[in-house]
Design a protein around this ligand. Structure first.
Ligand SMILES: Nc1ncnc2c1ncn2[C@@H]1O[C@H](COP(=O)(O)OP(=O)(O)OP(=O)(O)O)[C@@H](O)[C@H]1O
Length: 251
């Protein structure tokens, strides 16, 4: 699949298959094309050439609005679209209808479910608060709960740790890891600039560079000094954090 905008080819011959129940992390420098690729997966953009199949639906043969409802999307950019005066639980509930506000009738049970999901995500104390007053970390938690409200089969997390302090970031990453252990967990796609954010549940890594797949495969094969030094075109050193996390430094 490729995507052209004017003279520029933003994505070039992306060939990538995600098997059921696989979780993937995507790494790439600013402007590599990560968000654009996710927008295509989400059905917001159409590739200029090639074929796309997402959750068994082939683009051109499947209803994109129906497909989009099966995909959760979390990014700080999405926060700008919300109505900040809404109560937190209403924002979570809106995920059920894949809408920004709530324009449909909802049942008491649905509202209770929204509160339950918030609590499961560690956000019980946010219930009853206006979204406007929340910290960035709390907002991201609400966004994840909102995405989970629709029981997605695929959950896209586009740099979800942006703007979080050290502890809020760790708390959010633990929530993401917990989602991965749920019996009906969605497949997870996690975009980040920082390898230390890649929890062990992300066993697969795709490196995107200048709109092309530089390398993809098992995490242990990709996150090496050698591969990352070639990828970033700079000497890179990896350092283990605990048993299962990895930090990366320019040498
Ligand atoms: N509609 C468009 N028209 C022209 N260029 C675009 C369009 N959308 C994106 N681009 C360009 O495509 C490139 C890839 O953008 P994208 O947002 O996908 O990168 P990214 O890897 O997500 O970057 P970042 O890490 O900074 O978020 C950028 O150079 C961007 O300016």
């Amino acid at each position: 699949m490729s995507l052209q905008r004017g003279q520029r080819q933003i994505l070039k011959h992306i060939d990538w298959t995600i098997q059921p129940r696989e979780n993937w992390a995507i790494l790439g420098l600013n402007g590599a094309g990560k968000t654009t690729m996710l927008k295509i997966i989400h059905g917001d953009l159409w590739p200029s050439e090639g074929q796309m199949e997402v959750l068994g639906g082939i683009f051109g043969h499947t209803s994109i609005p129906e497909l989009t409802k099966r995909i959760g999307w979390v990014s700080t950019a999405l926060q700008d679209w919300l109505h900040p005066g809404d109560l937190v639980e209403k924002i979570v509930l809106s995920g059920k209808f894949a809408s920004i506000g709530i324009y449909e009738q909802f049942t008491k049970a649905e509202l209770e479910r929204a509160k339950e999901i918030l609590s499961e995500m560690g956000g019980a104390k946010l219930i009853g608060k206006s979204y406007r007053v929340l910290s960035q970390g709390e907002r991201q938690l609400v966004m994840i709960a909102r995405a989970m409200m629709a029981e997605p089969e695929l959950l896209i997390l586009d740099e979800p740790c942006n703007g979080l302090d050290l502890f809020a970031r760790e708390a959010l990453l633990q929530r993401v890891a917990k989602i991965a252990t749920m019996p009906k967990s969605p497949a997870l796609l996690f975009v980040s600039h920082y390898t230390e954010e890649l929890m062990p549940c992300f066993q697969n890594v795709l490196l995107l560079k200048d709109g092309t797949v530089f390398q993809q495969g098992k995490r242990d094969d990709i996150l090496t000094d050698d591969t990352l030094s070639h990828f970033y075109a700079a000497p890179i050193q990896t350092a283990r954090i605990g048993t299962d996390r990895l930090a990366v430094y320019p040498r």
